[in-house]
Design a protein around this ligand. Structure first.
Ligand code: NAP
Length: 251
């Protein structure tokens, strides 16, 4: 469960731990990582908490290998990375696009490639990639996310084809707006732009949704737990939105 000291990653780690899954978590800053580690230890499973920056070249593979070294196996990969900055074509530099590809495409690809040999050896595996609504449609201000995650969607679909017969499923989960620090930051950016209080921006974010509210992290982690289970054995190559109906595509 990468990028998992806060937000969606933390919710997924807790959900799976409550189901009895030993979990490895990682993040850059120690404080939140140790806090989540403590919460996980209360569930009585084995926990590995690794401070690491997934944007560093060897870090995604190192995280996977440390997990296998600790637990002797790897059954479920929840591949998550922090989101790219918001902005527009007029505000981004070339380096921003390159960083987004490195972080929000290549770090996830690297984790999948590192996990694959272990899952193939076991002839069982669940790869669940944390994507975004931007895999299905562009979202204003999130060009970098849309660009990088389109690549992730293509990688995941192609990979699912190639390994479906080996008992390994590959799926993406696509949050719209689930209330985490990431969404609070995006709401704050809107407030900074408009001069309106944060509460107003958050209320507008709620109002955008057909459900008229943003989601809670547990509403996404429930789907991940299902996709990770034996019961989801025939679901692969899917990109499933968790967005209160926000996605505009018909399928
Ligand atoms: N929340 C939503 O509704 C939503 C919607 C669409 C897409 N997403 C995407 O889903 C992902 C998770 O979002 P979130 O809402 O859970 O964000 P969040 O609340 O900001 O949490 C991000 C987590 O990832 C860790 N992280 C960030 N960069 C990292 C790095 N380079 N290496 C290792 N760990 C890293 C963070 O810890 P450190 O900062 O300490 O490293 C933190 O634990 C992001 O890619 C986001 O863009 C979220």
């Amino acid at each position: 469960m990468s990028a998992s000291s806060k937000g969606l990653g933390r919710a997924v780690a807790l959900e799976l731990a409550r189901e009895g899954v030993d979990v490895a978590i990682c993040a850059r800053s120690e404080a939140a990582l140790r806090d989540t580690e403590s919460a996980l230890r209360e569930t009585d499973v084995r926990v590995l908490a690794m401070p690491i920056d997934l944007t560093e070249a060897g870090a995604p593979a190192a995280f996977v290998e440390a997990t296998v070294a600790e637990f002797g196996r790897l059954d479920i990969l929840f591949a998550n990375v922090g989101g790219p900055p918001a902005g527009t074509v007029d505000t981004f530099e070339l380096a921003d696009y390159e960083e987004a590809v490195n972080s929000n495409l290549m770090a996830q690809v690297k984790m999948c490639l590192a996990a694959l040999p272990h899952m193939r050896a076991a002839r069982w595996g669940r790869i669940i990639i944390l994507g975004s609504l931007t895999m299905k449609q562009p979202v204003e201000g999130l060009m970098l996310s849309t660009m990088a995650r389109s690549g992730v969607a293509g990688f995941a679909k192609s990979l699912s084809d190639e390994i479906a017969a080996e008992g390994i499923t590959v799926n993406c989960v696509c949050p719209g707006r689930i209330l985490t620090d990431r969404i609070r930051t995006l709401a704050q950016m809107r407030s900074d732009r408009t001069g309106e209080p944060l509460e107003v921006s958050l209320k507008l974010f709620d109002a955008d949704m057909p459900a008229k509210r943003m989601g809670q992290p547990e509403e996404l982690s429930a789907l991940v737990a299902f996709l990770a289970s034996e019961r989801a054995s025939y679901i692969t190559g899917a990109a499933i939105q968790v967005d209160g109906g926000w996605t505009r595509s018909i399928t």
